[in-house]
Structure formats: structure tokens, C-alpha cells
Design a protein around this ligand. Structure first.
Ligand SMILES: [Zn+2]
Ligand SMILES: [Zn+2]
Length: 557
């Protein structure tokens, strides 16, 4: 029985390149999950897009003397290229600067307004007397009223992750000139979050399948009580407010960006041909929606977006929000402003995608922060990808190709050790099935690698290369069993390592896409023609550790 799965992935701000924190936090787990479900034969829609309206973009545009749209478009195109090179398999990666997104956003705005969940109110808005302008969210900075950290912005505190209103900041300052802003009256629309507090709490308490960190954070937050939040601001870059008299204001990016999951689905339905109403099958009825995000994004996906959906009242609430923790770099917190980051386009210009996908999968920050270091990257590439898995593939297929005329050999009679390895291969696939279903990616990856290790031990014991002259059938059995395990590994590792799995699929003599094989071992039949294998991975020189580490924190790299 096939399931329907919406894979909704965080919308990256189009104000700078992607880095490994983004990939480990949201994009890689989402892609693994989507590929796994597609292989299972489930109907998957994976969507996201560039968040082009944030104030980070207008600030950058002002600094560089460009138009916000130019900055946003440049990074949007770079994102598309990165997804393609890293193998992040979106069905649609769109952007917030589309007529469709504006239309869907304005529909939600007006529906909530008509139902009384959005209301107008006069608020104190920070105004910089020096710059002669209002200071929306990121244009103002101060001390967080919740955790007392400096550097909290007018929309959110990065330290404790809580949304903040500008007037709540302690010692606020204009980010452009450092002047203390004055607070003046201005009219804005507010989302009546307080009206959803009890319903949200009751709903969240039922989500026992959520990750503990997500559940705890959300519950604590709701127990403190929600405050209504302004959803418009004084800025001219963004989606217009569909109400007369609000020409100089725009819809706030945090309200608009989460609507992107829905607008992207509608865009996908329109562009995929005959049935523009097809979006409904991913938002209504029997469908599960998973939101892949980093932990700094939790309240927007477990509280604010669900509140908007409850108010709109026709669409499914999130089924799961498997938020990841943070990735540190060489033991330190990632910082884009200090260039303490590994940038994805930079990585992809020098290395292959699968080694990075491997490193970030086996060390994914699922239940706590994890660290990326170049030393560990090189070690895992050389010891695990090359020595454990790559060499296994290479020695089995090269030797079989040479000794059995390029064909999968006849298994003959299986001894108990051979049978138990084949059983382990099947068990691994069903264990991984459960783990991947529950978004436990790291453990799933580890069981695949442990199957490769087990197969190496089996071959060391059987030594087909030594016995082939005296006992051709026993050697054939060992090689057949090893090939059967490789055939399982190509499926098991496909969600994680799609490029090398597709190659292995072809070396084993299969046609088409590895995904079409389904989530099953599907051992190749004896006699199947193999293709001469090439090494799946290459060894990395230890020298790159020093070279790459030097780039970190460098202000001209
Ligand atoms: Zn100023
Ligand atoms: Zn804080």
C-alpha cells in the first residue's frame, strides 16, 4: 500500500551561499528521506525555495549598492546549481519572488483577516533619527529580553531561538549607524496567536512521535503563553499588504516564508500539466507532511505555521518536524560573518558530493550538536568509504569479472556462513526501513556500513582469490554471496550516496535507475552480465587537512 509524503524543506535566505550547517541541518536529511520513500514506491513531493524577501537581503543590497532582486536572484541561481551538484532532489525549488507565491500569501492573509485572526493595531516602531527611516527586524539589534544575550535582532534571538518584538529589546541600536532608535506610532496588522494557544498545546501533546527536543521546546514555549505578533512592517521589498492604505508596508517575511510550502505545491501542480488541483492530494486527507529544518526554526514550524493552518482551517497540520541540532566546525560554532564556515559551492568545486553526504550522514546532528573537521572528513573518506566499502566493491567485481567471464557466477550450495550473511543483508534492509521511516538517519547509515564490514570479514575468511584454482565452485559461492550483498548495499546506501549507488547498480549489470528496483535486496541472477568496475571513491591526501583548515576564519578566502 503506497503512502503519500510531503517533504517540506526550510527556505534558505538568498543573501549568501549555502554552507555545511544548512546541509546537515535540513537539506541532506530531507533528501535522504525523499529518496528512501521514492524507492519504497511512495508518492513523494519535495519542495522548497529561496526566501528572497528577508531584511538580510535588503541590508546586503544597501551595502553593495545593488537592488535586492539582483542579490536574491544571484543566490537563487547558485542554490539551484548546488542542489544539482550535491544531488538534493527537489521536485520543485522555487522562490518567494513569484506571482503565485504572492497570490497564495495574500489569500491566506485575507482569509485570516476575515475570520478575525488578523487585526489592525497601533504599535511603537523603532525609527532611526539619524538614518530617517523605520527599522524593521534585522535593522535593529539589542540584548535579548529572554536570555540576556547581546546581538539579538528585532525578529529573533539566535542564542535562545525565541522570536522577539523590536520594542522588547534591551538597549536597542540601529544596525546601520549605531544610534539609539526612537519609538514612534505606526499601524500594523497582527496575527492573533494568543487565540490558538490552547488548541496548539492540546495538539502538540498528542505528537508523541516527534523528536524529544522539538516536543520539549514547543511545549515549554506554549506553556509560557503566546503573544500576538505583527505581520506587516515598514519596508518596500516584499509582498504587498492586500488592504487599502498600506502601500508603504509589506507582509513580514516570517509570516510569508512558511506559506511557501503551500504555494510551492500549488506551483508544482500547475506546472506539472493537466491537473492544477493536484496540490490538494499533498495538503488534504491521507498524506503525511514532514518539515525538515534546523533547530533555530522550530517555533515557526511547530507553532506559527500550525496556528495559521488552524485559522485557515482546510489544510493538514504538520505530521512531523524532525529538526536537527547544529553542526560545529572544527569544534567552534559556525559563524558566517567571521567566515568560520565550509561553503558548499567551494566544497563542490574541489571534491565529490558522496564523501560529504557520507560524512554528514554518519555524523548527523540529530539528537545533539555534532562537529565537522577536515581531519575526520579525510579519515572517514579514506578508512571507511574507500577502504571498507569502495575496496569491497572493487575487489569483488574486478575479480569476478576476470575469473567468471564478466558474469555473475552460479551460487551452488550455500554453507551456513554464506546463508547467514545473505540473511544479514536482508535484515539490514528491513532494519534500515524502520530507522529511515522514523527519520533516524545516522543509525540507518551505520547499519549499512556494518554490513559492508561483515562482508569484508566473510571474504577474508573465504579467500576466493586464493582457492579459485583448487576449488572453483567454493570461490564462486563466496563471490556470488558478496555480489548479492553489494546488490543490497546499492539500495541501502542509495538515499545517502546516490551517485556511487547508481554506478554500482550499473556495474552489477542492472539498467535504469537504482530507485526503480524498490526497497528490496533483488539479488542479480546468476549469469547476469557485469560491467567492468571503476573505483567508486578516491583516497584523499592528508595535505588537504592543513590547506582547508587555513581557509577557515580567513578574511580574504
Ligand atoms: Zn541609523
Ligand atoms: Zn535570547
Amino acid at each position: 500500500m503506497s503512502e503519500r509524503i510531503l517533504v517540506a524543506v526550510a527556505w534558505p535566505y538568498a543573501d549568501g551561499p549555502l554552507h555545511l550547517g544548512h546541509i546537515a541541518g535540513a537539506y541532506l536529511p530531507a533528501d535522504i528521506f525523499a529518496r528512501y520513500h521514492r524507492t519504497k514506491g511512495n508518492e513523494v513531493l519535495m519542495v522548497s525555495g529561496s526566501d528572497q524577501h528577508g531584511t538580510p537581503i535588503t541590508i546586503k543590497a544597501e551595502q553593495e549598492g545593488k537592488k535586492p532582486v539582483d542579490i536574491a536572484t544571484k543566490y537563487h541561481e547558485q542554490f539551484l546549481e548546488s542542489w544539482q551538484k550535491l544531488g538534493i532532489s527537489f521536485d520543485l525549488f522555487t522562490r518567494t519572488e513569484t506571482a503565485n507565491h504572492a497570490e497564495v500569501t495574500q489569500d491566506i492573509f485575507l482569509t485570516l483577516l476575515n475570520k478575525g485572526y488578523i487585526y489592525k493595531s497601533t504599535v511603537l516602531q523603532p525609527f532611526c533619527p539619524q538614518c530617517q527611516r523605520f527599522l524593521p527586524d534585522r535593522y535593529i539589534e539589542g540584548t535579548c529580553p529572554y536570555c540576556n544575550s547581546p546581538g539579538a535582532r528585532g525578529d529573533q534571538c539566535d542564542e535562545c531561538g525565541k522570536p522577539v518584538n523590536p520594542s522588547e529589546l534591551i538597549d536597542p541600536q540601529c544596525r546601520l549607524c549605531g544610534t539609539t532608535p526612537q519609538f514612534t506610532d505606526t499601524e500594523h496588522f497582527f496575527l492573533k496567536l494568543s487565540a490558538f494557544n490552547d488548541r496548539l498545546l492540546a495538539w502538540v501533546r498528542q505528537q508523541t512521535h516527534w523528536r524529544q527536543n522539538v516536543l520539549n521546546f514547543t511545549t515549554r514555549y506554549l506553556e509560557q503563553g503566546l503573544k500576538d505578533r505583527a505581520i506587516t512592517r515598514d519596508i518596500n521589498w516584499g509582498i504587498p499588504v492586500p488592504v487599502d492604505g498600506f502601500d508603504s508596508k509589506r507582509i513580514y517575511v516570517w509570516f510569508e516564508a512558511v506559506i511557501g510550502y503551500l504555494s510551492a505545491t500549488k506551483e508544482w501542480a500547475k506546472s506539472s500539466g493537466n491537473n492544477a488541483e493536484k496540490w490538494r492530494s499533498f495538503w488534504q486527507g491521507e498524506v503525511k507532511s514532514y518539515y525538515f529544518i534546523g533547530k533555530d526554526n522550530i517555533p515557526f514550524h511547530t507553532i506559527i505555521w500550525p496556528a495559521m493552518l488552524m485559522g485557515y482551517d482546510e489544510l493538514n497540520l504538520p505530521y512531523d518536524v524532525p529538526a536537527n541540532e547544529f553542526l560545529t566546525i572544527e569544534g567552534k560554532r559556525l559563524s558566517t560573518s567571521r567566515n568560520w564556515a565550509v561553503w558548499l559551492p567551494d566544497y563542490l568545486s574541489r571534491y565529490d558530493p558522496d564523501p560529504l553526504r557520507y560524512q554528514l550522514s554518519i555524523n548527523m546532528p540529530e539528537t545533539g550538536d555534532t562537529d565537522f573537521s577536515w581531519r575526520e572528513f579525510v579519515r572517514r573518506n579514506n578508512d571507511e568509504l574507500v577502504a571498507t566499502y569502495g575496496n569491497l566493491v572493487n575487489r569483488v567485481l574486478t575479480f569476478t569479472y576476470r575469473s567468471f567471464n564478466g558474469n555473475v557466477p552460479e551460487p551452488g550450495e550455500l554453507d551456513s556462513r554464506s546463508q547467514s550473511l545473505l540473511d544479514k543483508a536482508k535484515d539490514t534492509l528491513s532494519t534500515m526501513d524502520e530507522l529511515l521511516h522514523d527519520c533516524r538517519f545516522r543509525e540507518a547509515m551505520r547499519s549499512a556500513i556494518s554490513l559492508a564490514q561483515e562482508t569484508n570479514r566473510y571474504l577474508d575468511k573465504k579467500s576466493p582469490w586464493k582457492i579459485i584454482k583448487d576449488d572453483r565452485q567454493t570461490a564462486a559461492t563466496a563471490l556470488y554471496v558478496a555480489i548479492a550483498v553489494l546488490s543490497t548495499l546499492r539500495t541501502a546506501l542509495y538515499p545517502f550516496l546516490p551517485f556511487s549507488s547508481q554506478k554500482l547498480h550499473e556495474f552489477l549489470g542492472f539498467n535504469g535507475n537504482v530507485q526503480d528496483n524498490g526497497w528490496q535486496p533483488n539479488f542479480p541472477p546468476p549469469g547476469q552480465k557485469l560491467i567492468p568496475p571503476q573505483p567508486l571513491f578516491s583516497k584523499l591526501d592528508e595535505e588537504i587537512i592543513e590547506e582547508e583548515t587555513k581557509r577557515l576564519g580567513c578574511d580574504h578566502c
